[in-house]
Design a protein around this ligand. Structure first.
Ligand code: ZN
Length: 215
């Protein structure tokens, strides 16, 4: 099964993709992860990607499309794949259709994870992370005693988890990525999945939408 996950930042795309990948036994392909991995390993691609990401800009389409083309040509994608973070725009979606068409493949379903903006802001702005061990807490749902991590370090708020920054990221999402929802709706491949409550509930909603309930 060839899937795309769509959803605003904080909608829980990464978690859903991770779980679906285990259940369906197909790779989870996150363009964000590929960029971060290359930046960490100081590759040429990492340096190019970082020159955009560090300024808060999107990596240009030709670079991102090249990476996805390369990844989708690997053998583990023969049974299917889950794309997370790509496509982000109509030109990327069209490029994806062309590259899949060249190898006789197509996208089966686009899972659009729908969450109200206010819930995303609450989810992300209450998040606190440990700079030492990377653990994540939530002021409401998973609070830490005295704002201290279990490992003994003081928790911090990530810069891009500030409410005003989150609002900006959500606006950007609505502007640039939401036209994709229409693009795929016209192709009759869009599945809207609500993800307001727990992760397990939204995962069940996704499996149900894919006709895989009971797994
Ligand atoms: Zn810690």
């Amino acid at each position: 099964m060839n899937l795309i996950l769509l959803g605003a930042p904080g909608a829980g795309k990464g978690t859903q993709a991770f779980e679906l990948s285990k259940i369906l036994q197909i790779p989870h392909i996150s363009t964000g992860d590929i960029f971060r991995d290359n930046i960490k390993r100081n590759t040429e691609l990492g340096a190019i990607a970082n020159s955009y990401i560090s300024k808060g800009e999107l990596v240009p389409d030709e670079i991102t499309i090249g990476i996805v083309r390369d990844r989708l040509s690997q053998a583990d994608c023969d049974k299917g794949f889950i794309l997370d973070g790509f496509p982000r725009s109509i030109p990327q979606a069209e490029a994806l259709e062309r590259m899949l068409g060249e190898s006789g493949r197509k996208i089966d379903w686009i899972i659009n994870i729908v969450v109200d903006d206010d819930i995303i802001v609450e989810r992300l702005s209450y998040r606190r992370v440990c700079p030492a061990c990377g653990d994540t807490y939530h002021l409401k749902f998973n609070p830490a005693e005295g704002n201290m991590c279990k490992c003994g370090s003081q928790l911090v708020q990530r810069n891009d988890d500030r409410a005003d920054v989150i609002r900006h990221r959500i606006e950007e999402y609505h502007k640039t990525t939401e036209p994709l929802v229409e693009f795929y709706r016209h192709r009759g491949k869009l599945l809207n999945v609500r993800s307001e409550n727990s992760i397990s509930e939204s995962l069940q909603n996704t499996l149900y939408a894919l006709g895989l309930k009971g797994i």
